[in-house]
Design a protein around this ligand. Structure first.
Ligand SMILES: *Cc1c(COP(=O)(O)O)cnc(C)c1O
Length: 228
């Protein structure tokens, strides 16, 4: 059980640091949702996290997410967050297990996720904060058009914006920019006020700039077994 108690220690440590960062920013830690990103780890890690009280887990590749969700379908109250690039031909399948998709950035994916079958998917529009068009996310200029597309799509509720801070530069500045972009989305849809930002190394800066959804991998899971 050594591994489980190490995991429990990291969960406690990170949640403690999140609460500290929230209080330093004058915010209530209870308004934050922490998603533990379990990519490359086996389904057993998801079971261990669930036993420790974690209910929000994230994946960035469809096939891996689909398999893990199936292996853990007996766990009560688990919510899967899809945070990676999604192919539109896989969107229907992703909808079957995901409660939230953080990476909406193209009309084709949004249209493929839309449905009038009465189910609801929470969606975030991902913004590319880098100059590299190969990265996921919309360019800031296209933000309103993509957000409108989500707002017009049955079965998807627009919750807000998501971004990954660029590798180079001050993450606080990147997240300040994201906060401004969030305000633009909020002026289209006042309820779309959530911000998905902050990872293992920059969650404090994200919290300081208004993040509501943190996506934390290695700080909780330990090193990824098969990282690439
Ligand atoms: C892997 C991943 C994370 C978590 O990254 P860590 O640095 O391990 O915390 C967050 N967001 C996305 C989109 C990811 O792919």
């Amino acid at each position: 059980m050594a591994a489980l108690s190490d995991l429990a220690g990291r969960v406690d440590d990170v949640f403690g640091r999140i609460a500290d960062a929230a209080r330093s920013a004058g915010r209530d830690p209870d308004e934050l949702t922490t998603i533990v990103v379990t990519k490359f780890h086996p389904a057993q890690l998801v079971r261990d996290l669930h036993a420790l009280g974690i209910r929000d887990v994230g994946e960035n590749r469809h096939q891996e997410a689909q398999a893990k969700a199936a292996e853990t379908s007996d766990l009560d109250g688990l919510r899967w967050h899809f945070v990676g690039q999604l192919q539109s031909k896989k969107a229907r399948q992703a909808r079957a297990y995901a409660s939230v998709v953080h990476s909406l950035d193209r009309a084709s994916v949004i249209d493929a996720l839309a449905t009038d079958d009465g189910t609801v998917l929470d969606g975030f529009v991902q913004v590319n904060l880098t100059d590299d068009p190969g990265r996921g996310g919309v360019q800031a200029d296209d933000l309103e058009a993509v957000a409108e597309r989500v707002l017009q799509s049955p079965g998807i509720v627009l919750r807000g914006v998501m971004a990954v801070a660029p590798v180079q530069g001050d993450p606080r500045l990147a997240f300040a920019r994201l906060r401004g972009l969030s305000e633009r989305v909020r002026s289209l849809s006042p309820g779309a006020d959530r911000i998905s930002a902050g990872m293992s190394l920059d969650f404090a800066e994200a919290i300081a700039e208004g993040a509501t959804h943190l996506r934390i991998g290695t700080a909780i899971t330990g090193n990824r077994p098969d990282a690439r």
